[in-house]
Design a protein around this ligand. Structure first.
Ligand SMILES: NC(=O)c1ccc[n+]([C@@H]2O[C@H](COP(=O)([O-])OP(=O)(O)OC[C@H]3O[C@@H](n4cnc5c(N)ncnc54)[C@H](OP(=O)(O)O)[C@@H]3O)[C@@H](O)[C@H]2O)c1
Length: 257
């Protein structure tokens, strides 16, 4: 992975959910390279994480096997961090699943599971971290959302609902508790080349390492929301006047295999 140099104010303690693969794994690598300490979680066993190979970086990397949809599992993760005196400055809520719930008929159980991980799981994490961030009067929580929050999906009603819900939850939290030092932020992605993306490879679809470098540079910026990549997310917002059916037909033609 090519390292894109970014400007960080100081080394921070950063938690990343969904650290075992895709964007989350690239984020861990990028943040470690920038000198931060990183605590990653995912359901996979720690041994399956194959991120940075530099011993210096690995010393700053911690990993807990944790299911964000399970509050007991989150509690164990919090305890491990407390014992290690790891006080997070930034929490990146990246863990997500996308079940196909719109088959020949609607699969409500699959939709509920997606919402349970992506939305309820993120909210469980926020409620676990918020008291300590509030006590320290400092920190940032960054939710990873998707352009699907603006347009419905033909594949997963649960995924679209979870990302729209997470985005609105972050805005509500920001409104109520946000200060200059305690921030509730969002990174809204268009499609990325990870296993979650089932469409074509295209120049409009960045690799997860490029997306991770952009999230890393966003940490020290002032904006509450980042939409990435600029072109595809901007085109999508411009097309808001198109009916959903027409928009979906065009984007399927351009992006689906
Ligand atoms: N790929 C895209 O096209 C795209 C577009 C827009 C937004 N996004 C967003 O970007 C983020 C990263 O997606 P990705 O493409 O990197 O997906 P991915 O490759 O499928 O990775 C998802 C990560 O989440 C973890 N995870 C899933 N369920 C979990 C749970 N219950 N508890 C803890 N960890 C869990 C997975 O690890 P385990 O399986 O080991 O738990 C994995 O590390 C997601 O929020 C996604 O919605 C992706």
């Amino acid at each position: 992975m090519k390292y894109i140099k970014t400007c960080y104010d100081f080394p921070m303690n950063i938690c990343v959910t969904g650290a075992s693969k895709g964007l989350g794994r690239e984020l861990c690598k990028e943040l470690l390279k920038a000198g931060h300490s990183v605590w990653g979680v995912a359901r996979s066993r720690a041994a399956e994480f194959c991120g940075s190979e530099s011993p210096g970086e690995l010393n700053r990397f911690h990993y807990t096997q944790c299911d964000v949809a399970d509050s007991v599992s989150i509690g164990r993760w919090m305890q491990e961090m407390q014992q290690a005196k790891f006080h997070p400055d930034v929490i990146i809520l990246n863990a997500a699943i996308q079940h196909n719930d719109l088959g020949s008929t609607f699969d409500a159980a699959a939709a509920a599971e997606t919402i349970n991980v992506n939305l309820a799981g993120s909210l469980h994490c926020i409620s676990a971290f918020l008291p300590q961030l509030q006590a320290r009067k400092h920190g940032q929580i960054i939710a990873i959302t998707s352009t699907i929050k603006w347009r419905p999906s033909r594949r997963s009603a649960g995924y679209a609902a979870s990302k729209a819900g997470l985005s609105m939850a972050m805005r509500s939290l920001r409104l109520k508790y946000g200060t200059k030092a305690l921030r509730f932020r969002e990174v809204c992605f268009g499609p990325l080349q990870t296993s979650m993306w089932e469409g074509k490879q295209s120049l409009l679809i960045p690799s997860p390492d490029k997306a991770a470098a952009r999230v890393a540079s966003f940490l020290t910026g002032n904006r509450d929301t980042l939409c990435y990549p600029f072109l595809s997310t901007w085109l999508l917002r411009l097309s808001h006047w198109l009916p959903d059916s027409l928009f979906t037909a065009i984007s399927n033609h351009l992006l689906l295999k």
